[in-house]
Write a protein that binds this ligand. Sequence first.
Ligand code: NAI
Length: 331
Amino acid sequence: AKDPVRVLVTGAAGQIGYALVPMIARGVMLGADQPVILHMLDIPPAAEALNGVKMELVDAAFPLLKGVVATTDAVEACTGVNVAVMVGGFPRKEGMERKDVMSKNVSIYKSQASALEKHAAPNCKVLVVANPANTNALILKEYAPSIPEKNITCLTRLDHNRALGQISERLNVQVSDVKNVIIWGNHSSSQYPDVNHATVATPAGDKPVRELVADDAWLNGEFISTVQQRGAAIIKARKLSSALSAASSACDHIRDWVLGTPEGTWVSMGVYSDGSYNVPAGLIYSFPVTCKNGEWCVVQGLPIDEFSRKKLDATAEELSEEKALAYSCLT
Ligand code: NAI
């Protein structure tokens, strides 16, 4: 039998946490033969609710779940963890300035970076979900210098999956037959969902999405804005933000990172830019990646047309501004 993997979920008493922890305990994230120990962190006002989640995990009698740590102490939560999914954060409330929200999250991610750096298992893989996800991940990276930068990522897989979903609905094909869309940039409405390299598996082989859709106006307009605005559409419909889809996509992100992407398939992950595709180095930016042996690698050499170039640059520009805002909160 395999040794259990310790998985941290911060903000575990929240909405995404409630959808995510049972998925992890069922093997959706790490595989149906991988035992897990869940570490759940939240803040003192949520301690009682967190304990309720722990009670339900016990009640569900998950065969793969070998233990549960539920705590409001970041050090206890981070100790020995192999995977850290950072869902906890300070939400933007009505009337709050962007700078005030940024400042709260910068201080959270700064202190949790230190706890992870000192107490997590070596080679711990980190996924930041909480918004502003790219910039929270960047702060975490800066304040955990001994964690390899390749180990710190943010979630844009939900946007990637939303793009697959939109293409599948439009063409009336199985979502599992659509692949290689790309989300470039920020997990925000400036992201660029790119279908220029995406394909659909058909009985006659893989066909380009652009050829099958045969409607550039839709692909360059409504498709992009629908994916960019999907989070807002979910809030409007549910009066709550996406939770089951965010949790499921977080599992997809970690599973592909740890177990590898299928041959010929890439996914989108927010990772530390090395300057690929002329994206400024030093931002956490979403790129197309393949994963093997527990490491991601940016897909290189894809041609970028002029339309796309502008969109890659615009979302990079927004991330540079967010980075500057985050740094201004540090002083
Ligand atoms: P929620 O408000 O239901 O839960 C957040 C939880 O975090 C709460 O239980 C809260 O007490 C906890 N928390 C706050 N500060 C904390 C701290 N310092 N340490 C530990 N826990 C802390 O929010 P929800 O819906 O679960 O969303 C969580 C985050 O994920 C939000 O920032 C949201 O914007 C973001 N999100 C990101 C997506 C992505 O694709 N990257 C998609 C959907 C949501």
